[in-house]
Write a protein that binds this ligand. Structure first.
Ligand code: HEM
Ligand code: HEM
Length: 183
């Protein structure tokens, strides 16, 4: 089986990375909103943020891998009118920008005091930039709004994919679901 993309379709690696990152992002968004409402007496009070950070850092590695894969592979051309194609291209890069911005702001909240972040009990990621004035609060504010921004953009992106599938009836969504290189 051909692992790479072609100019007409996505390969299995790009498809797997797309759906895995999408699922994890939606999961982390829900977990983030839920966990900040917990109080000290909830049994998940320390465990939920630990999971959020661990999974978030693993996602960081996955998104990096995804970007490298995208840059080192042919990319299937978007289907549709010229304006639609340009919009799709801009939207995809915006999604990458927001993914990285959310991940970096989350890292900066968690390492604000110079402490490393434990990824489950497997390994720890050290703090790099820390002890900036009000780092935890400022990064927290950015993280919140960037996470919402990412979800709003992803929702628009999802609606566009559904429009291609149900209204235009073209192969846009199908080729992100099936490991083939045909249109
Ligand atoms: C795409 C990935 C991520 C998404 C969608 C996401 C989403 C969220 C959301 C929605 C919140 C709640 C914000 C609030 O209501 O104040 C949150 C909180 C938080 N996230 Fe993330 N997050 C992601 C990745 C990360 C990463 C990688 C880290 C750290 C390594 C992290 C650390 C935190 C921390 C420490 C909080 C608590 C902030 C506070 O107490 O105000 N997040 N996240
Ligand atoms: C957090 C959620 C999501 C993010 C961050 C995201 C991100 C992206 C990105 C960056 C691309 C560009 C191709 C690449 O670099 O791999 C892409 C392509 C695509 N996505 Fe998503 N996606 C998400 C969810 C979804 C959902 C829920 C659907 C469908 C219901 C979907 C359908 C598609 C399709 C069909 C393409 C291919 C578009 C084309 O060939 O022009 N995505 N996505």
């Amino acid at each position: 089986m051909r692992l790479a993309n072609s100019t007409t379709g996505y390969g299995p690696v790009a498809i797997l990375l797309h759906w895995l990152t999408a699922l994890v992002i939606i999961g982390l968004f829900a977990l983030g909103l839920w966990m900040v409402e917990l109080t000290y007496y909830d049994s998940w009070y320390t465990e939920a943020p630990a999971i959020h950070k661990s999974v978030g850092l693993l996602l960081f590695a996955l998104v990096l891998l995804r970007l490298i894969w995208r840059l080192g592979n042919p990319h299937p051309e978007a289907i549709g009118q010229p304006l639609e194609k340009r919009l799709a291209g801009t939207m995809h890069w915006l999604l990458y920008l927001f993914m990285f911005a959310v991940l970096i702001s989350g890292y900066l909240i968690s390492t604000a005091k110079g402490k490393p972040i434990a990824v489950f009990d497997w390994f720890a990621v050290p703090a790099t930039i820390h002890d900036l004035p009000e780092q935890e609060d400022v990064a927290g504010l950015f993280h919140f709004w960037l996470a919402w921004g990412l979800i709003v953009l992803s929702s628009g992106h999802t609606l566009a994919a559904l429009k291609h599938h149900f209204i235009d009836r073209d192969a846009t969504l199908r080729r992100m679901l099936r490991f083939t290189h045909d249109q």
